[in-house]
Design a protein around this ligand. Sequence first.
Ligand code: SF4
Ligand SMILES: [Zn+2]
Length: 359
Amino acid sequence: MAIWNPWHGCHKISPGCRNCYVYRRDGTFGKDSSIVSRTGAFDLPLKRKRQKEYKLTAEDNPVYTCMTSDFFIEEADGWRPEIWKMIRERKDLHFEIITKRIHRFMDCIPPDWGDGYENVTICSTCEDQERADKRLPVLLSAPIRHREIIHEPMLGEIHIEKYLASGKIEHVTCGGESGENARLLEYAWVLSVREQCVSAGVPFYFKQTGALFRKDGKIYHIPRKDQISQARKAGINFLPQEGLEELFQRLSKSSFRSGFHLKEEDREYVREKGMETIERHARDFIAKRLAPAEIPNDGKQTPMKGHPVFLAQHATGTCCRGCLKKWHRIQPGTELTKEQQDYVVRVLMEWIRREMEKK
Ligand code: SF4
Ligand SMILES: [Zn+2]
């Protein structure tokens, strides 16, 4: 994943903003966060390395856009058209825009937006029920291809069943607040949203506990460094199992993914070793190269040839954690569970089986 902050600075507009981390961090440098200004990274998607290739590549996906401001803030109205142009130009990148200003969306889209750019996800932040009921109807009715919800910092019990029922929400994240003045996150609120997601078949992710966390009536003060791992330990992330058929349908629409095939020498290798051995190799590659929470060379760990499983990984979007997020909605930054590793192996073996059956 990559972060692109074309501008910096913001204004607090809702309760979730109270302990905004941008303000907190700028405050330690004596910087005024309410001044919105363009950054040196304004044209990051167009920046190139010395050898002329782009600095950001598809392996960096998703590109989290505007993390120290709000994409739809008024001050940026004059700059945004240029940003849309870059997003349009870099169709190989997927831009993830998280906003508390979905109400400005229709005033901010470019003339050729149509029913949305395919490479943009709009994620509406709703910290409580009131914000959810204000913002989610706007999110749902706007022309957007990919929609997500974030409850962070989650400030109360939230019911989003009727929004999930639209079938238009692709992902929901819950998290607490960090910092000295953090407000309480009640575990029961998180579990409730999880249940709503499970019933609706929408992926759910518990990102972090925040600094002040209550579970079974007991309050925990959780240090910053443990907030993500404690959430992971809860083991409540949810990923609805997509049918393999639907997955292969989706993959077949990508000319990049569907361009990978086993060569004759690969088939020979599979025949020689047998499917069981290949599956063992797959399990081993996944455990070592894809499963760890942190992978130093993530995005570059899967060679383009040398083993049928490598080809299968590129063909099925399981080559790196960025592709795994994009194609399988499995979040990066946390270790893959045994269940998730089994799933990846199943996908890989199915692809190989299909290739072997081809004439
Ligand atoms: S919208 Fe986001 S960046 Fe802006 S003040 Fe609120 S929390 Fe901070
Ligand atoms: Zn990849």
